[in-house]
Design a protein around this ligand. Structure first.
Ligand code: AMP
Length: 215
């Protein structure tokens, strides 16, 4: 049973690797960032509250995130495992997740920590383009679509995420260092972390992830 978290700074490749993991293991990919962006698109109250933080590259308050993440985890499709991407992002969120899972007699199997240096992160974030329609992710240099500006998967329009501009991206990396990095220590103490170099190419990284998940 795979109950895993993808940990790592923005731009480490969490979403890209999660998509490959879904194909391989047929378990749901839960991205709190995607849930917020969906809510912003649909103009919900949750979306309005989250947007003011996201636009600045800051974290959405814990109580809000914990509620949407645990709510998602109670859905039927999570009973055979899940991939959490971008949650938890603070020690408090991690503690609440542990409590939530313990209450259901479940626990995390492994935490994948993707390691990528700051300079590479900035290149990846500012060059990233995403499909407006299906969310597929590209990079203008590393992973360009077949036709510029058009999604290979669904033909949708490719756009830059509002928070992938240089200033906000830099702030997100700073916020990661201050608030999310302590989670590495938290899961190291729990003995469930797998540190994986995220700069060795998509396929190599995926093969390391598989090894960690199947160990
Ligand atoms: P992501 O798509 O994971 O890069 O998330 C985009 C933005 O959504 C982040 O910069 C935060 O503002 C917000 N967000 C997503 N997940 C969380 C979380 N677990 N805790 C706080 N804020 C989050």
């Amino acid at each position: 049973m795979i109950r895993t978290i993808l940990l790592g700074p923005p731009g480490a490749g969490k979403g890209t690797q999660a998509a490959k993991m879904v194909e391989q293991y047929h378990i749901p990919h839960i991205s709190t960032g995607d849930i917020f962006r969906e809510n912003i698109k649909n103009g919900t109250e949750l979306g309005k509250r989250a947007k003011e933080y996201m636009d600045r590259g800051e974290l959405v308050p814990d109580d809000l995130v914990i509620e949407i993440a645990t709510d998602r985890l109670t859905k039927d499709d999570c009973k055979d495992g899940f991939i959490l991407d971008g949650f938890p992002r603070t020690v408090h969120q991690a503690e609440e997740l542990d409590k939530f899972l313990a209450g259901r007699g479940e626990k995390l199997s492994v935490v994948i920590n993707l390691e990528v240096g700051d300079e590479e992160l900035m290149k990846r974030l500012t060059g990233r383009r995403v499909c407006k329609k299906c969310g597929a992710s590209y990079h203008i240099v590393n992973m360009p679509p077949k036709k510029e500006g058009i999604c290979d998967v669904c033909g949708g329009e490719l756009i830059q995420r509002a928070d992938d501009n240089e200033e906000t991206a830099r702030n997100r990396i700073r916020v990661y260092d201050e608030q999310t990095k302590p989670l590495i220590d938290y899961y190291e103490k729990a003995g469930i972390i797998a540190n994986i170099n995220g700069e060795k190419g998509l396929e190599n990284t995926f093969s390391e992830i598989r090894k960690a998940l199947e160990a």
